[in-house]
Design a binder for this molecule. Sequence first.
Ligand code: ADP
Length: 474
Amino acid sequence: MRKTLYLKFILAYIIFGVFSFIMVATFASNMTMEQLKREKAETLYKEATLIANTYAADLYTNDTSLDTVKHELDALDVYLDSIIWIINPSGRMVIDSSKPLNLDDEVIIEGFDPTIMSGAYYTTGDFFGSFDDEKLSVLAPITTGYKVRGYVVIHTSMAGMMKSKESLLSISYILMVLIFLLSMIILIFFTEFVYVPIRRITDATEQYAAGNMHYEFTIDSDDEIGYLAAALQYMASEISKAEDNQKKFVANVSHDFRSPLTSIKGYLEAMIDGTIPEDKHEKYLGILLNETERLTKLTNSLLTLNNLNVRGVVLEKSVFDINQVIRDTAASAEVQLSAKEIRLDLVLTGDELYVEADMGKIQQVLYNLLDNAIKFSHTGGVIKIETTEKHSKVFISVKDNGIGIPKDSLKLIWDRFYKTDLSRGKDKKGTGLGLSIAKEIISAHDEHINVISTEGVGSEFIFSLPIVDDEDDY
Ligand code: ADP
């Protein structure tokens, strides 16, 4: 299959060659012959007219003798390499330059009819059966006193013209072969710039299809084929990245599920075989409950992320007061806050601030950010949630003075399952999915979420939402 394009091109090339040859052999041959005939006939016709107006006319007005005219015509015959006749309108031969004068032997051209030329000044053939071979014959009338007295007919052999045609045609054939060879350049260009790159691309697609996404190939051109190759390589690298991510994801999920399950299994076995005495069961059941909570949280986060990805995030947008949502989220975190003696400051712009977004999902973002802020704050810390209005957007910031994020981790915290080394001690229940969920939700709103953080000082997460100027319109 792979060779067909090349074969097709070669076939087209051969067909081109054969057609060119046929064209030259037929059309060019006919046209050359026609042109040669026309040129020869023109010259001969001029001669014939000249003879008709001079010697031949004189002959009919008796100003000159037959012998004199015959003599002149003989000379011209040699010069023109032709046979010159003077004939009467009835077809009777008066002078034939190819034969001596013989008045006794009357020669009549049977069926001679000057009208057969019908306007043309030359004809080809055997001229009313007078010759065995093909002749080109021109005919010029001899007129004296507005009367046609006879005709001057000049016959020349077609063989000479044939020869000229052959030599002209052989030049055409040589030129054609040269052009054909030169057009091989196109074949070379096609091979180098189209066929070879396409073969490379085909090889690469086969490799990719077989799962070898790291297969590399180079095409050094910046035309459409180069672009196609680059696009293909980009596609392969993206698929390969996606595959790697998928593997990492499965590995992370399995790991995060396995550790709580192992500890649950361990505690349960210890309780059953009596290693953990019955009076301590309550304490360990509390731990088991914690672990199952962690598993539930992990499963819920995974489901949320999956829904965000699979459905391309379907948003149920509405107009709502973001200040109220912040107040509600703060209230729901009261127990956690007081457990760590954290003060929460709300610095909200205006009494009400209307935005258009998916309220449930924004609530989730706020919850995740506040949950992190509490988790990574020291006891007695301060958390500030602030809204700022700017360019018809509201910027919502959740700021803490907790452990902060190391500089190297700043870009990675949005990745699924990523947790900084610093945070591991502080938060054993963390899944590393909260921020990736927040980012997916904010991106789905075509908005942005960013972080400013200094290790040991604190962190500030800021995201934007579109403000609705007049909520009464809704
Ligand atoms: P987790 O469930 O572990 O909190 P997240 O995706 O919400 O998962 O956060 C990822 C990591 O980013 C956290 O494990 C932590 O290391 C870091 N991080 C997030 N928020 C803060 C914060 N406010 N202060 C310090 N580190 C944070």
